[in-house]
Ligand binder design. Sequence first.
Ligand SMILES: Cc1ncc(C[n+]2csc(CCOP(=O)(O)OP(=O)(O)O)c2C)c(N)n1
Ligand SMILES: [Mg+2]
Length: 340
Amino acid sequence: MTETPLAEKPALLDQEALERMYGQMLSTALADQRAAAEAKAGRLMAAFYPVRGMEAVCAALGETMRSEDKMVSTYRNLGDALAKGMPLRSIMSELYGKIEGCSRGRGGPMHLQDQAVNFTTTTGVVGSGMQIAAGLGIAEQLSSQGNAVVVTFGDGATSIGAFHEGMNFVALWQLPVVIVCQNNQWGEHTAIKDYTAAPELAERAASYGMPAHKVDGFDPMACVEALQAALTRARAGEGPTFLEFKHYRLTGHTGTADFSYIPKEELAAAMKRDPAPTFRRWLLENGHLSEQQVSDVEARVRADVEDAFQYAANGTDPDQADIYEGVFLDEAIARSADGE
Ligand SMILES: Cc1ncc(C[n+]2csc(CCOP(=O)(O)OP(=O)(O)O)c2C)c(N)n1
Ligand SMILES: [Mg+2]
């Protein structure tokens, strides 16, 4: 296992890429905070799981993944969906349960997907993404098209049985899977030290027989570098890589949950590394982008986020008569089971 150094790597990306990354990080942060506020106001269709703290990893995923690469995510999926190129309007409409949403309002915040950009699926069953990714990995291996599968999940998922079965399988079959563990150091309301005696997740992962690295998940350039290497390996048919992105959950488990149990000093220290404002400072202080470039990105992102929320709030509510459409293969069976 290797530790990725925190040193700056400004040569890694050109100016356009840095602008794109800042834009994505900011749109993730702004959409996330607004969705959490909407959840608190009771206006979303179901619980929303904020991504605050994960924005650097998500922006790096957006910069390094190709449209052809498939992705499997979780309920905490907003940044992944944006990384894969899902339109904000379609995401937000789904959060509000409107038929303009990516799952026509049937999935809600937990179940984003978009086959047009290979955002294959999201699951609320903790740990199960590994097995879905293994299946997709077999398909990619058989097709020999040189695409990768990326699966994302939290630290807590590494204590679930399905995770271990999937790890064993992708390593044995040398599948083109990049395993992204978002270690925000909490599994719901339990701190990592209270649910596992082996909290060094990359060390554990290496024992399955694949490269495993611990990466500073608050450092966007370190995230890009680690993902680029893992994706290149997968695309070349050299097998899976496990990446443990260590950062911190800067909010509650859901958009409405109390998080007063998080130690104040710990949270305050992590807040100092809040990805979007930290990246903004880094870009300006190191002369990578000008004030003008940064404010142009900000104006565009703010307008896009505003547009998406307006569009979604004014969307169309589903009609109860269509409730089974697209849900069951045989709608007639579903209706008869319902006593109709
Ligand atoms: C199989 C399964 N067990 C338990 C749960 C309840 N649950 C939902 S989220 C969660 C915490 C998972 O923590 P982690 O994997 O670290 O992800 P995070 O929420 O921190 O992103 C749990 C236990 C579930 N959804 N699925
Ligand atoms: Mg967690």
